[in-house]
Unconditional design. Sequence first.
Length: 628
Amino acid sequence: MSGIVGILSLNGAPIAPPLLQAMVEALAYRGPDAQSCWSQSRIGLGHTLLRTTPEAAEQYPLTLDGQVWMVADARIDGRSDLIRRLQAAGQQVPAGVPDGELILRAYQVWQQDCLSYLLGDFAFAIWDQPRQRLFCARDHFGVKPFYYACSQEWLIVSNTLNCIRVHPAVSSTFYEPAIADFLLSGTLQDPATTIFADIRRLPAAHGLTWSEGQLTVQPYWTLPREGYLRYRHPMDYVEQFRELLEQAVSDRLRTDRVGLLMSGGLDSSSIAAVAKQMLSQQSAEFDLRAYTAVYDQLIPDQERYYASLVAAALQIPIQYQVGEAYPLFHRWDQPELFQPEPLLSPTLALTIDQYRQVAAHSRVALSGHGGDPVFFPSGTYFLDQLRAGQIGSLVTEIGQYVTLMGRFPPLGIRTQLRRWLGPAGEPAFPYPDWLHPDFEARLQLRERWRSLVTPATGEKSIRADAYRLLTEVSWSFLFESFDPDRTGVPLEVRHPYFDLRLMEYLLSIPPIPWFIHKALLRIAMGELLPETICKRPKTHLAGDPIAVMLERSIGQNLPSLELPAILAEYLDRDRLPRVTVGGKSIGHWWVDLRPLSLTQWIVQQRSVQPRSGYTGRIGSFSDQMLEH
C-alpha cells in the first residue's frame, strides 16, 4: 500500500518544500520503492511507492498534461472494461497502463463522475490546476484509509494519520466523542472522525472536493438493497457465482507471489482454492503460501488440523503462528507496535508478526473476510414469503435445497440469526461502571451506549440481515487494521468477497436455497476443496484465548493502570477494574480491558516521533497531559 499526502494552501501562501519532504519521509515505511514530491505555488503532493502489480511503474505525482496532477494508492479492478469505456470516450490508452493513470484518464473524461466507473480499492487526491480544484476519494468499502485536516489556512490529506500530524497546523487535542465510543464499545463508531479533533476520516464510498473556497464531502455510492435476479436452472446460480468469484480473486492477484491469510474454515479456504486455480491457469511458475494463526494448547482449537488439510489438498506450503507464544500485551511498549489510535487488541504482537512473516514472502495477501455476512441467511425470509402469498416460489426454493443438498433445510434459522446478532434486549457487552460521572453526564454516555447496542432497523429486503451486517461501520475500521498505517508492514491485504460485482450478485439472489449453511459456496467448491472442508459446519474459535489467559493470570506483564492526568477526566480512578480477577464473563473482561488499552496508548504517545528528518514538530501530547 503506497503512501500519499497532499497540502493545499487556502490563503495562497506557498508550500514549504522542507515540510512537504518531511511528510513524505513520514510515509517512507509504506513505500520502499520510490519517494517523490511535487509542489507548485499553493499545492504540494507527495508519494511513496509500494509496487504490487506489474503495471506499477508510474512516477508520482502523476500528470498527463502538466495541468492535472495526482497521487494514489490504488488497485483498479475490471481494467479491461474501464479501458474500453475510456477508448470509446476518445482516450488513447496505452498497453500496460498503470492503475493510477486509469483513474487520471477517467477524471479527464468524466470529472468527479469518474467514481461511477471505478472498481477496486483506492484512495487518491487529484489537483486540477485550471479549475483550482482538489478532488479526493475513498473506495466503496473503505479498504484504503483516507484522512484529512482543514483549517482556515490549510487543507491536508493523506492515507496515513501520523503523516497529517507532522504538519504544525494540526493539534493533538482529543475528540471526546471518539474517546467515549472507544470506552463504550472498544472501537470508534463514527466513520467520519478520528481520535483527534483536528483530523477527520473520509468515510467509505465518499468523495472530498475543495473548490471555490468550499470544502464538500459527500457519498457517491451505497450498497444496492433491492436487487432481484432469478434463473430457471439452479446450477446457473452456481456457475455465475463461480465466474464472479474467479474474477474477484483474479483481479486481486496480478502477481505470482501471493500469501493467504487462511484458517481451516470454508471462506478463506475457498479463496485459497480459487487463487491456486487462477495462478495455475495464468502461469507455470508461481509461489502461493498459506499463513495460519493457531492455538495448540490454550483452547481446543482445530484450525491447524483443518488448515493443513486444505494446504495438502492444494499442494501449497503453510506456516503457522502459535498463539501461546504471545502473552497479553506482548511488546506493547515497543515502537513497532505503537498505533495511531487506541486499539483493543491484547495480542497485537501475534498479528504483526504474522504480517511480517507474510511480507517476507510477498507484498500481497488475500483474506476470507466478508464470507460470513455476504452468505448470511435471512431469518425472516421464510415468514415474509408466506405473508406475501409467495407459497409457490417458496416451495420451489425449498425443493431446490433438498435436490442440491440431499436433506431438508434445517429449522431454527432464526436461532442461528440470534446466535450471530445477539439475543434481543441482551447487549453483548455491559455498560461500564468505571466512567467519570462528569464525563458520563457531559456526553450523555448512557444514552450513547443504548444507541450503540440497540440493533438498527431499516427497510425490509430479501437479504436485510446480510445487508445490515455488510454496511456496519466496523468494516472500514477492520480494513484499516490491515493497513501499514497500523501494522508498519509493507503488505497489501486484499479481500475478494468485498468485490462490488460479486457482492451485488449475492445480494440479489434468493436466500433459499443458496444461503442456508452457505449452500452456494459449498456446492461451488465441491471440485476444489476436500469434502471434509466443504461439509464442515460453521465453527467459531473454540473459546476466547484472551479470557482464558486472564482467567489463568498468564498475562503477568500487563501495562500499569496508573492514570495519566488527561484520562482522569474520563475514568473514575477509584472504580478502575482489576482485569486479572477471575469469575467474570467474557463480555465483562473485554469491557474492563478498554481502560487498560487506552492508558497503554496514551503512554505510548510519549515516544511518538516523526518518521523523518524534519526539524519541525509532530503533533504530540504535552508533558502536563501525560504526567500522573
